[in-house]
Design a protein around this ligand. Structure first.
Ligand code: AMP
Length: 273
């Protein structure tokens, strides 16, 4: 595995690559969720590029940019074992300059849900993803469904800016008890870890109600809120897969989305119906 930290080196290596390139952008502190993306990329491409970059522009001033878990050594091991060919680990100064055009995510999609409590977050996400796409020029790029809104906005950017990359959505990887894996899970203490199960339970309860025939969006959202009553809920929504509000949900065109605080840790989870 080649470890690359400069753009100059990455460009030179990319120039020489033949065949398909699979790209997995991450912020590191890797877990089995990241690993599942890398594995899929490994199966489907001649070359696999992974980036580890804690992107400052997607964090709000009050968020955990400085304290975001960084586990370089463990990440290197995971990437080596997973058969990654190129690991790109740039500094923020390598990626950003002082004067540059800004990328703005579409307002109607980026200021709801995640964007309503994290305004500007998706501008930073799209800005870095576009830069990374331009540098790695991937055939396929792998994104987790865990970040459903991010996935949708990246797909929308690719479509509307006519980018030549295939976005591959990857299923959510969970702990055996249902908690969706996240680099932020380590922030929780034992008691909070137990409370965190409310998110996946809420999704399960809502999906069971849907399986029994419930289609009323409000009622489905109330079922989720009931299971989340001990947590500070940011949102618990049933939306169409293009993030529209519908009075009645439709099978195969619905996402249940939750964001809630367990103590100080903000968790997100979702289920595609
Ligand atoms: P992050 O390092 O948090 O930016 O995540 C990098 C990629 O891994 C994103 O595309 C995430 O959606 C994806 N990811 C994070 N957690 C999971 C998970 N539990 N299952 C599947 N993919 C995930």
């Amino acid at each position: 595995m080649k470890i690359v930290s400069t753009i100059k080196e990455l460009k030179a290596i990319r120039e020489e690559l033949k065949g398909s390139v699979g790209f997995v952008p991450t912020m590191g502190a890797m877990h089995n969720g990241h690993l599942s993306l890398i594995r899929q990329a490994r199966i489907q491409n001649d070359t696999v590029i992974v980036s580890i970059f804690v992107n400052p522009t997607q964090f709000l001033p009050n968020e955990d940019y400085k304290n975001y878990p960084r586990r370089e050594e463990a990440d290197l091991k995971i990437c080596t074992l997973a058969g990654v060919d190129i690991l790109f680990m740039p500094t923020a100064d390598e990626i950003y300059t002082k004067i540059e055009p800004e990328i703005l995510a579409p307002k109607n999609l980026s200021y709801i849900l995640e964007g309503s409590s994290r305004p500007g977050h998706f501008d930073g996400v799209l800005r870095v993803v576009l830069k990374l796409f331009n540098l790695t020029r991937p055939t396929n790029a792998y994104f987790g469904k865990k970040d459903a809104q991010q996935l949708y906005l990246v797909q929308n950017m690719v479509k509307t800016l006519f980018l030549n990359v295939n976005i591959v959505p990857c299923d959510i990887v969970r702990e055996s008890d249902g908690l969706a894996l996240s680099s932020r899970n380590i922030y929780m203490n034992e008691k909070e870890r137990v409370q965190s199960l409310s998110l996946s339970i809420a999704l399960k309860n809502a999906s069971q109600a849907i399986m029994k025939g419930e289609r009323d969006t409000k009622k489905i959202e109330l079922i989720m809120l009931e299971s989340l009553k001990d947590l500070r809920v940011d949102y618990a929504k049933a939306l169409s897969r293009d993030f529209e509000i519908k009075e009645q949900i439709t099978i195969k065109d619905t996402i249940l989305l939750i964001a809630a605080f367990v103590g100080k840790t903000r968790l997100i989870d979702n289920l595609w119906i």
